[in-house]
Design a protein. Structure first.
Length: 134
């Protein structure tokens, strides 16, 4: 077991602890689910994503159509929002509105580390499915 966890109170006021979960991903991309939407009423999921240099694999497990906020903690990330592409560095946030088509990749020779905070669209409005985005 790894040392990181999410602590909180459930609906009955009792303390709970959820350990982070390392998810299977393609070579060059590492995904750690820090918090899972829907568990103990959590309305969002948090993923730590690390992309190897020049990694173009899609970001896995992001619910289609969900509002997503990506915070870059290290490196530079390129993101296509519908038909527009931007490049952002560490310390910046990118907000992807609901129903926006997007893809993210590492355009540099250094790794990229970011946090993706994903609103729980499937639980909030009854729609959505988990897909890879490319």
């Amino acid at each position: 077991m790894r040392g990181n966890a999410l602590y909180g109170l459930d609906a009955d006021g009792k303390l709970y602890c959820c350990n982070e979960e390392w998810l299977t991903a393609d070579g060059g991309i590492t995904v750690v689910r820090k918090a899972a939407a829907g568990i103990n009423g959590l309305p969002y999921g948090i993923y730590e994503i690390v992309l190897a240099p020049h990694q173009r694999s899609p970001l896995p497990l992001i619910p289609e159509g969900s509002m997503t906020t990506v915070y870059i903690t290290e490196g530079t990330l390129a993101i296509r929002l519908n038909e527009q592409t931007i490049t952002v560095g560490a310390g910046n946030l990118v907000q992807v509105p609901e129903q926006t088509t997007y893809a993210a990749w590492n355009p540099t020779s250094n790794r990229v580390r970011c946090l993706a905070i994903v609103a729980d669209a499937p639980h909030r409005n009854g729609r959505g499915k988990v897909v890879s985005i490319g």
